[in-house]
Design a protein around this ligand. Structure first.
Ligand code: FES
Length: 140
């Protein structure tokens, strides 16, 4: 049902934890299933030099958070903003259809954290990051 990569990132998630002096913090949640994802970013010269996450949720949500942090670590903010749920899905060799919404949550958490960073810089994040919408697709 789950790919080897999903199982690997679920059982051995990368970058778990929080960054106390984070430059950007994003939190998104799914009202239906109750999953909550927090993303913490350390940013220097528009590069994500460190990232940590905490996910209170299903295994697919944990695996997608873990993979998302690996994909954006070391990236420019511009490239990190280009992260889509499809990129996360491909990197994990897919998820069962009923779990696709979990990857949306991870991409949104990254955007929310970058948006928070811009807000802290006194910059309106909406034209750059777009509207942050928590995953609404969970049928679990
Ligand atoms: Fe995975 Fe809702 S986000 S079950």
């Amino acid at each position: 049902m789950y790919s080897k990569k999903v199982m690997d990132h679920f059982t051995n998630p990368r970058n778990v934890g929080c960054i106390v002096d984070a430059d950007g913090v994003g939190e998104v949640g799914n009202a239906k299933c109750g999953d909550i994802m927090q993303m913490f970013l350390k940013i220097e010269d528009s590069i994500i030099v460190d990232v940590k996450f905490k996910t209170f949720g299903c295994g697919a949500a944990i695996a997608t958070s873990s993979m998302a942090t690996e994909l954006i670590k070391g990236c420019s903010l511009e490239n990190a903003l280009a992260l889509t749920n499809n990129v996360v899905l491909e990197a994990l060799d897919g998820l069962p259809p009923a779990k696709i919404h979990c990857s949306v949550l991870a991409a949104q958490a990254v955007k929310a954290a970058i948006g928070d960073y811009y807000k802290k810089q006194g910059i309106n994040p909406e034209p750059i990051v777009g509207r942050i919408v928590s995953c609404q697709g969970c049928e679990d």
